[in-house]
Write a protein that binds this ligand. Structure first.
Ligand code: FUB
Length: 320
């Protein structure tokens, strides 16, 4: 049963209601219909998939991103989702002055680390964006600024013009890596075990067609680096036998989106299925600056290459 999105959107005063979906076999894309949600990052903890998102607050006529906080949506069956939040805001970082852009959450040693892109209120050499970290004992918070200052700023040697879109990956040997970047410039750096300090120099990410939004996952012995390419953006990918590269270009896995110039993905395995989480602009009133969380399947060819994602209006089947 496909939901009627428009009536749900009008009923904004209603809390995140799942009444219309409770008997549905699929959730329907977009997943969230009572607010605009962007830049998803998936994380599995226990028997639950958590998807952390930004929050688009621009008016339908307005131009430019208006983003102040981040939410989380959790599910055990890919059909029924619980809304949490807003769980974190740029205001939770005393050194920030706004612009809650893309973020990434990762579990490490029993804690949950939320890496965020936000505008620095004092440091501005280029665009003035910085990467900070909040931490919590639980996936749904409360989260607090873990350092009291930025981890990456415009002043970090070899940082980029637009220091946004953090993604953290912890390798099998326990070494953590932070990837980030935009406007055709990607970077990576080792993190100390605390995840709160850099461990070495910032390296340049060499991946064909990289524009922004890096995300790393591993399947078998292969590391997959997915990212937005060009602008307006497709999602493309490269693979490597090492987290530090070299990266071999793999192709386009997600086509341009109608109405959304950005394309920001996360990939996660949950209950035996691999999912591609992204945003589109298909909610009524959706624009370049009013995007919405979607979930579809991600599938591989037998040789390990990623098949082009098939976008659906149903989202994915229910899992137990
Ligand atoms: O949502 C603001 C920015 O747009 C993100 O940081 C980028 O990845 C793009 O989606």
């Amino acid at each position: 049963m496909k939901r009627l999105l428009f009536p749900l959107l009008i009923a904004c005063s209603t809390p995140f209601s799942l009444v219309a979906e409770e008997t549905a076999e699929t959730r329907g894309n977009p997943i969230v219909t009572d607010l605009f949600t962007a830049d998803p990052c998936p994380m599995v903890h226990g028997d639950t998939l958590y998807i952390y998102t930004g929050h688009d607050e621009q008016t339908e006529e307005g131009k430019g991103f208006v983003m102040n906080d981040w939410y989380c949506f959790s599910t055990q069956d890919m059909v029924t989702y619980e809304k949490h939040g807003p769980l974190l805001s740029w205001k939770d970082f005393s050194w920030s002055k706004g612009d809650a852009f893309a973020s990434h959450v990762i579990e490490h040693e029993g804690k949950f680390f939320w890496f965020v892109s936000i505008r620095h209120k004092d440091v501005k050499v280029h665009e003035g964006f910085a990467i900070g970290v909040a931490v919590s004992d639980r996936p749904t918070g409360p989260f607090k600024d873990a350092i009291g200052k930025a981890l990456i700023t415009d002043e970090t040697p070899n940082s980029v013009v637009l220091n946004i879109d953090p993604a953290v990956y912890i390798d099998d040997d326990g070494q953590a890596y932070l990837f980030w970047g935009s406007w055709n410039a990607g970077r990576w750096v080792k993190l100390k075990d605390s995840l709160l300090e850099l461990d070495g120099e910032v390296q340049t990410l060499e991946a064909d067609h990289f524009f922004e939004a890096p995300f790393v996952h591993k399947k078998g012995e292969t590391y997959y680096l997915t990212y937005a390419s060009h602008y307006p953006s497709t999602t493309e990918y490269s693979t490597s036998k090492s987290i530090t590269g070299p990266w071999t270009y793999g192709g386009v896995i997600h086509d341009l989106l109608p109405k959304s110039e950005t394309n920001h993905q996360g990939i996660v395995e949950f209950k035996g299925q691999t999912y591609f989480v992204y945003h589109n602009a298909q909610l009524p009133g959706g624009t370049v600056f009013r995007r919405s969380l979607c979930v579809d399947k991600l599938e591989y060819q037998e040789d390990g290459s990623i098949k082009k994602v098939v976008r659906t209006t149903t989202s994915v089947p229910k899992v137990e």
